[in-house]
Design a protein around this ligand. Structure first.
Ligand SMILES: Cc1cc2nc3c(=O)[nH]c(=O)nc-3n(C[C@H](O)[C@H](O)[C@H](O)COP(=O)(O)OP(=O)(O)OC[C@H]3O[C@@H](n4cnc5c(N)ncnc54)[C@H](O)[C@@H]3O)c2cc1C
Ligand SMILES: *[C@@H]1O[C@H](CO)[C@@H](O)[C@H](O)[C@H]1NC(C)=O
Ligand SMILES: *[C@@H]1O[C@H](CO)[C@@H](O)[C@H](O)[C@H]1NC(C)=O
Ligand SMILES: *[C@@H]1O[C@H](CO)[C@@H](O)[C@H](O)[C@H]1NC(C)=O
Ligand SMILES: *[C@@H]1O[C@H](CO)[C@@H](O)[C@H](O)[C@H]1NC(C)=O
Ligand SMILES: *[C@@H]1O[C@H](CO)[C@@H](O)[C@H](O)[C@H]1NC(C)=O
Length: 459
């Protein structure tokens, strides 16, 4: 609940924010916000917090902005002994078209291809931070090591990765943006220890060159599995792709690209699959996804964190048990950049006091309804983070509740058509050029024949 006063009376205005259990008077200490991470989630939060004149600090463990979009040829640990955060690889081009990768009000340059390389997109992120002058709000080389809730305030403890100096500060709000594509999720396959070939996770995949002329097994058919298997297949003598995806990929793969079911076990020189077949293998790349990882969140934060789920969250981001904490970017199957931008605006509107959240009971009920749908379909709780076909409705709901400008429906429409293009042909879906006409409509053309082959999509 909140009472607005006229501008003249603002000075005497008493702002009551029951949902957070404390009262602030005009003139008393300003609300302080801690943003964890300077990837897209942290940067877009910073931009909106700044625009609203809210007091905030961004804590970033590396010396860089951009998170996973900064390619680092190294694997393992960095110069400060910290695990390399980025999962970027040399040949990566975005897997979504330009319009769905755009941060609000900051156009991606026209001369960039329809599906930019990581480098182009990383430069775009750097330009964004420069344009909104965000770097001065970021404390680099600061690793957040403990976030706990005590006496209705957040205690955030962080450590300088070079000097080891520890700092503890109090904040009213915490925005968590540490990414969820960094900690490998590894399968457990019998015989792995006796296998004499190499095994890596896609987090450590950088370039195809080491696989030249070799027999390579790629495991998993998510976005990384599909993309990396194609990248490697250009140079490998054989590409064995093991997965159990029910998705009907219609791509015609080259002859040395062989589909296999799940792995049963390794022996010294190769792999038995569950259908009883065997393949000699030199190298294995697990594209088996990532785990949610929040080692700094103390129990008092009130979240239950499992490798594949973080619960309970309202609107896929607000920590229901401590609603002054928002986790940004924790969604699967969406235009993630656009969604992150919208979540950052929602979080900022919340902190600004533009709207108040429902009661904890109502938020829990809402969450339970979603969880029950997941369970009733016999799906694992990890699906609680899945937007997929619910994506556009989600944007509408964010706007209804918080008053933020709506993410236009054309974003979801483009993603839907792009998903279909990927099923049709993984080798050429990046040749499509998508041009937004208005909030509802876009035009798609094929790169080679842009001039006279245009399809207009409208509702
Ligand atoms: C290989 C790959 C390709 C992708 N391709 C696409 C794509 O084409 N299109 C798309 O929309 N999305 C893509 N994504 C998803 C991508 O994750 C998002 O686009 C987006 O970059 C997520 O931003 P983020 O800020 O949530 O996380 P990140 O970019 O991971 O940033 C998190 C930041 O938090 C910092 N941090 C972590 N822990 C701490 C700590 N304890 N203390 C302080 N700082 C910390 C990290 O150093 C990092 O800078 C891809 C992801 C990967 C891995
Ligand atoms: C984090 O800080 C809280 C409060 O000081 C403490 O109780 C907890 O043990 C700490 N957790 C970790 C992982 O250090
Ligand atoms: C692994 O199994 C295959 C198929 O059964 C066999 O041909 C190969 O010799 C085995 N490798 C070793 C080192 O035993
Ligand atoms: C909060 O509301 C004000 C007044 O309507 C608006 O100008 C501002 O953009 C809103 N902030 C956010 C982050 O939505
Ligand atoms: C249309 O496409 C065809 C085939 O790609 C090409 O030969 C022709 O010149 C194009 N016409 C125009 C007007 O661009
Ligand atoms: C336009 O391009 C699409 C995609 O390649 C193709 O399927 C279609 O046949 C083309 N149409 C014409 C008229 O060339």
């Amino acid at each position: 609940m909140k009472f607005y006063c006229t501008a003249l009376l603002l000075v005497f205005c008493v702002q009551i924010s029951l949902s957070f259990g404390y009262v602030t008077r005009a003139g008393s200490r300003e609300k302080r916000v801690c943003v964890i991470g300077a990837g897209l989630a942290g940067l877009s939060s910073a931009r909106y917090l700044k625009e609203e004149g809210i007091d905030f600090t961004v804590l970033e463990v590396t010396e860089y902005i951009g998170g996973t979009w900064r390619y680092d040829p190294r694997v393992g640990t960095d110069e400060n002994g910290l695990p390399i955060h980025t999962s970027m690889y040399k040949h990566l081009r975005t897997n979504l078209p330009k319009p769905t990768m755009e941060l609000r009000g900051f156009p991606i340059p026209k001369d960039m291809p329809s599906f930019p390389t990581w480098e182009m997109y990383y430069n775009y992120i750097k330009d964004y931070a420069k344009y909104f002058d965000l770097e001065k709000y970021i404390k680099f080389l600061q690793k957040v090591i403990n976030v706990s809730r005590k006496n209705n305030v957040w205690k955030v403890k962080y450590k300088h990765v070079k000097t080891g100096e520890e700092t503890e500060e109090e904040y009213d709000y915490v925005i968590v943006g540490n990414g969820h594509h960094s900690k490998p999720r590894l399968p457990e396959i019998p015989g792995e220890d006796i296998f004499t070939g190499t095994i890596i996770h896609s987090h450590d995949y950088r370039e195809p060159d080491p696989y030249t002329g070799r027999r390579v097994l790629v495991v998993g058919a998510g976005p990384s599995g599909m993309d990396i298997s194609i990248d490697v297949a250009y140079v490998s003598s054989k590409l064995i792709h093991s997965h159990h995806s029910k998705v009907h990929f219609r791509t015609r793969f080259p002859d040395h690209f062989i589909r296999k079911p799940d792995i049963k076990e390794y022996n010294e020189t190769g792999v038995y699959f569950v259908d009883g077949s065997y393949e000699e293998i030199d190298d294995v790349i697990y594209c088996t996804g990532y785990e949610y990882d929040y080692p700094f969140l103390d129990e008092s934060c009130g979240l239950t964190i499992k490798p594949q789920s973080v619960v309970p969250l309202y609107k896929y981001m607000v920590n229901i048990n401590e609603p002054s904490m928002v986790l940004i970017g924790l969604i699967v199957r969406a235009c993630l950049v656009v969604a992150i931008d919208a979540q950052a605006r929602y979080a900022t509107a919340l902190i600004k006091g533009n709207f108040t959240l429902p009661s904890k009971e109502e938020m829990l009920e809402d969450w339970q309804r979603r969880a029950e749908i997941v369970y009733s379909k016999g799906r694992p709780i990890s699906d609680i983070h899945l937007l997929a076909e619910k994506e556009d409705k989600y944007y509408d709901a964010l706007t209804q509740e918080s008053g933020i400008e709506r993410v236009p429906p054309v974003m979801f429409k483009i993603r839907t058509v792009d998903t279909e293009a990927k099923l049709e042909n993984l080798y050429n879906y990046r040749k499509y050029v998508y041009t937004v006409l208005d909030n509802e409509n876009f035009v798609r053309s094929f790169e080679d024949e842009m001039r006279n082959n245009t399809t207009i999509y409208s509702p």
